[in-house]
Design a protein around this ligand. Structure first.
Ligand SMILES: NC(=O)c1ccc[n+]([C@@H]2O[C@H](COP(=O)([O-])OP(=O)(O)OC[C@H]3O[C@@H](n4cnc5c(N)ncnc54)[C@H](O)[C@@H]3O)[C@@H](O)[C@H]2O)c1
Length: 383
C-alpha cells in the first residue's frame, strides 16, 4: 500500500497530554496499526516532528520510540515543506502565539483546548486561519468516551422522551503537593500561568452540552479556590491563585437545565471520575467515562419519602447497563484520524477553531458570572 507521509509538528510533546495521549496513544498507535487507509488504496502515515524546549527530554522521547526528528527550534520546523500540520499541546498560555506563527507559515493546525485564553483571541485565530486557507481542529475528546457515545446512542434512539435536566459531577482530590506529590502540573493552580478549573473544564462542557443536548444560552457560576496554597514540582510552596472548583448552571435550548460541578477538591464517591445523570420524561441514564446505565419509565420504582424507616430498596441495582455493541478506540486517536482524513482526503470535520472559540467563550462567561455574581447570557459567536 502506498504511504502518504504527513509531517506533523508535535509541540509540547514532553507534557502529559502531548506525550501520552497525542504522541503515543494517537500518532504512534496509528503507525502501529499500519496508517489510516483511504478509499484510493493509499494510507496516511504520520511523521511526527517533536518540538519542545528541552533537548535532553526530546532526545530521550525520540530514542524511546525509535524517532529521529526533533528540534527545539519551532520556526525552523514550521519552515519545512515536508511539514503540513502544526499540533499544539503546550501550556495554554503559550498556544496563541505559536498558532499565529503556524498560520503565517501556512500550516494546517490541530490543537489541545482551550484554543486561547480569551474568546476574542480565539475568534481572531479562527478568522486568521480562514483567511490563510488553512484547516483547523480543536481536541474535543470527551465526545468519544464510550460512556458518552452510549448516552448519545440513547438520545438518538429517542429513549429519554423530552430531556429535562442534566446533572454532572466531575472531579477528584488533587493532592496539595506537601505530604504526597500533586498528580497534576502546578501551573493549573496559578491564574497568572493560565490555570483554573473553569478554563480547563468549561471548554469540554461546552461541546459536550452542545453536541448531546443543545446550545448553551446562559450560564450561572460560582467558583472557589478551596485550597489557597500548594506545593509545586520543585517542592516550593506557592499561592494557589486560580479557581479549583466551579459550580455551574447552564441553561440550554429546549429548556434543559444542566448543573455541572467541577472540582479538584472532592473525594470520589461515584463509579467514575465524571458522571452525568440525564433525566427525561420517558427514561433516565447515568453516563461516565466508560459505562452508561439506564432506567426506563416503565420500570421506575415509586419511592415514598419516610425518614422514619430504613431504606428498603437498592436504588443502584434498579438500573440496566447499556451494552457497548461496538468497539471503542482511544478518543484522542479517533479524533486525530478524523482530522488527518479532513486534511488529506477532504473529509468533513466540524470541530474547527470556531467550535474551539465557543468553548473559550463559555469559560470566559462562566468566570464573568462568578466575578459579578450574576447569570450571564451566551451570545452566538459569529465567524
Ligand atoms: N483534552 C484533555 O482532556 C486535556 C487534559 C489535560 C490538559 N489538556 C490541555 O493540554 C495542554 C497541556 O496540558 P498538560 O496537562 O499536558 O500540561 P503539562 O504541564 O504536562 O505540559 C505542558 C507542555 O508545555 C510545554 N511548555 C511550553 N512552554 C512552556 C512554559 N513557558 N511553561 C511551562 N511549560 C511549557 C512543556 O514543556 C510541556 O511540554 C493544556 O492546554 C491543557 O488545557 C487537555
Amino acid at each position: 500500500m502506498t504511504r502518504r507521509p504527513i509531517g506533523i509538528i508535535v509541540n509540547g510533546v514532553t507534557g502529559r497530554m502531548g506525550y501520552r495521549q497525542h504522541l503515543v496513544r494517537s500518532l504512534l498507535a496509528i503507525r502501529d496499526q499500519g496508517g489510516i487507509p483511504l478509499a484510493d488504496g493509499t494510507t496516511i502515515w504520520p511523521e511526527p516532528v517533536l518540538v519542545g524546549r528541552s533537548e535532553i527530554r526530546l532526545r530521550e522521547i525520540a530514542e524511546r520510540h525509535g524517532l529521529t526528528d526533533w528540534t527545539t527550534d519551532l520556526s525552523a520546523a514550521l519552515a519545512r515543506d515536508d511539514v503540513q500540520i502544526y499540533f499544539d499541546a503546550q501550556v495554554t498560555q503559550q498556544r496563541e502565539k505559536a498558532i499565529r506563527q503556524a498560520i503565517e507559515a501556512g500550516k494546517h493546525i490541530y490543537t489541545e483546548k482551550p484554543l486561547a485564553e480569551e474568546s476574542a483571541a480565539a475568534l481572531d485565530l479562527a478568522r486568521a486561519a480562514t483567511t490563510a486557507g488553512v484547516r483547523t481542529g480543536v481536541v474535543q475528546d470527551k465526545l468519544f468516551l464510550p460512556g458518552l457515545r452510549k448516552l448519545k446512542r440513547l438520545i438518538d434512539g429517542g429513549f429519554f422522551g423530552r430531556i429535562l435536566s442534566v446533572r454532572g459531577e466531575f472531579g477528584y482530590w488533587v493532592f496539595e503537593g506537601d505530604w504526597q506529590p500533586a498528580q497534576r502540573p502546578s501551573w493549573n493552580y496559578r491564574a497568572e500561568d493560565g490555570g483554573g478549573i473553569v478554563m480547563d473544564m468549561f471548554p469540554h462542557w461546552q461541546y459536550v452540552l452542545e453536541e448531546l443536548f443543545g446550545q448553551v444560552r446562559a450560564v450561572s457560576c460560582v467558583t472557589a479556590t478551596h485550597i489557597p496554597e500548594r506545593v509545586d514540582e520543585a517542592g516550593r510552596r506557592y499561592p494557589a491563585t486560580a479557581d479549583d472548583a466551579a459550580y455551574g448552571i447552564f441553561e440550554l435550548d429546549g429548556g434543559i437545565v444542566a448543573q455541572l460541578n467541577s472540582s479538584w477538591c472532592v473525594r470520589v464517591n461515584r463509579d467514575e471520575l465524571v458522571e452525568f445523570q440525564v433525566d427525561g420524561t420517558e427514561g433516565s441514564a447515568v453516563a461516565g467515562l466508560r459505562n452508561c446505565r439506564a432506567q426506563h419509565r416503565s420500570v421506575t420504582p415509586k419511592p415514598v419519602w419516610n425518614p422514619d424507616l430504613p431504606v428498603t430498596e437498592n436504588f443502584r441495582s434498579q438500573w440496566l447497563e447499556v451494552p457497548d455493541n461496538e468497539e471503542f478506540d482511544n478518543g484522542f486517536k479517533v479524533q486525530w484520524e478524523q482530522f488527518l482524513r479532513h486534511v488529506v482526503a477532504d473529509e468533513p470535520f466540524r470541530w474547527d477553531f470556531l467550535a474551539g472559540a465557543r468553548g473559550v467563550q463559555l469559560a470566559e462567561l462562566g468566570l464573568l458570572s462568578a466575578r459579578e455574581q450574576r447569570r450571564v447570557e451566551v451570545p452566538e459567536l459569529a465567524r
